[in-house]
Design a protein around this ligand. Structure first.
Ligand SMILES: Nc1nc2c(c(=O)[nH]1)N[C@H]1C(S)=C(S)[C@@H](COP(=O)(O)O)O[C@H]1N2
Ligand SMILES: [Mo]
Length: 316
């Protein structure tokens, strides 16, 4: 197993927050209530599984060196907020109920399939993949289309590393990714049958091989918590959060642009490209600014979520 006891928590850099602070949960509800649109909150009990290091389901340590190239100019979000305020519609559209509802879902063992326009289709256990790839930690800004944001230390590997390993053929122009479909275990899939399950997303090959695109298997020095998309998800920080598909079971290399879940469900609200852009309002949310979930502070939104130097060329 790659999941192991680390040699010691790496001392955070200027912008980082020590683990003791991530794990501090006292102020969570008070602070999070500052976020506009937050519905009435139940007890704190629902967050227990995600917060208490002794509790069942608290993720194992997952050690990886930080890539210090990526330093957002903002403070890292506390662990309890990043794992207690989640969009994961397979479980619930109540962000604060997701952690509890995803707690007993079996995310391991987990098979991942690679198919389509590749030299050799593959099927493997996610932990075999994690052992094979070179892990690193990157602190990225995270921006949801609902106009809230966080800053998260992800653990994973560049998607390019994965693509170089699976070798798509030259005919491949897009990669399509798909989440599990287990309505008997995932209450949101059962209660929202009008959505086109399973969740699916896609990127162009140029986007998928961009330095920023990351396949993520952990956060805050631990394996991914269930509610954040265990055991393997995408992170594309210059795009709205809905592109960053969780709990992937299949990567498929295709010739034509694949449909995407939110574009299919609500075509006039969500496009394929979905780059963070303060100048283009969503029908329900101005994108000019965003609310920092932890503090309630409102800050201007940056083009490409601040990553224009890496990705603006892809779209010119
Ligand atoms: N499978 C799946 N992936 C998903 C979603 C989802 O509902 N299902 N929600 C998306 C949205 S809208 C956001 S903002 C992020 C939230 O990720 P987080 O809970 O780790 O912050 O996951 C994205 N990936
Ligand atoms: Mo989102």
């Amino acid at each position: 197993m790659l999941i192991r006891v680390p040699k010691g928590w790496q001392i955070p850099e200027r912008e980082a927050t020590p683990e003791s602070v991530y794990l501090e949960r006292r102020r969570f509800l008070g602070r999070a209530l500052g976020v506009a649109g937050l519905a009435a909150v139940g007890g704190t009990g629902c967050l227990q599984g995600a917060l208490d290091p002794q509790a069942r389901g608290f993720p194992a340590k997952l050690d990886a060196p930080r890539n210090s190239k990526f330093r957002p100019q903002r403070r890292i979000t506390r662990y309890d907020i990043a794992t207690g305020y989640n969009n994961f519609y397979e479980f619930s559209l109540d962000k604060q109920a997701v952690a509890r509802l995803a707690r007993d879902f079996k995310f391991r063992p987990w098979q991942v399939e690679v198919k389509g326009l590749v030299e050799k289709p593959l099927k493997f256990d996610v932990d075999d993949l994690i052992r094979r790839m070179k892990l690193e930690e990157r602190v990225y800004r995270f921006r949801c289309v609902e106009a809230w944001s966080m800053v998260i230390p992800w653990v994973g590997f560049p998607m390019k590393q994965f693509i170089d390993w699976v070798k798509p053929t030259s005919r491949a122009r897009f990669v399509r990714m798909v989440t599990f479909n287990r309505p008997s275990e995932a209450p949101g899939q059962r209660s929202q049958p009008h959505y086109p399950w399973p969740y699916f997303e896609g990127l162009t090959m140029e986007e998928a091989t961009n330095e920023l695109a990351m396949v993520v298997v952990g956060m805050y020095g631990r394996a991914l918590p269930n509610q954040n998309g265990a055991p393997i998800r995408l992170i594309v920080p210059w795009k709205y959060g809905f592109k960053s598909i969780k709990s992937i079971v299949r990567f498929e290399f295709v010739r034509n642009r694949p449909p995407t879940f939110w574009n299919q469900a609500v075509p006039n609200e969500y496009g394929f490209v979905a780059n963070v852009n303060p100048a283009v309002p969503h029908p329900r949310w101005s994108q000019a600014s965003e609310q920092v979930v932890e503090t309630g502070e409102r800050i201007p939104t940056l083009p490409f979520n601040g990553y224009q130097d890496y990705v603006a060329d892809l779209y010119s």
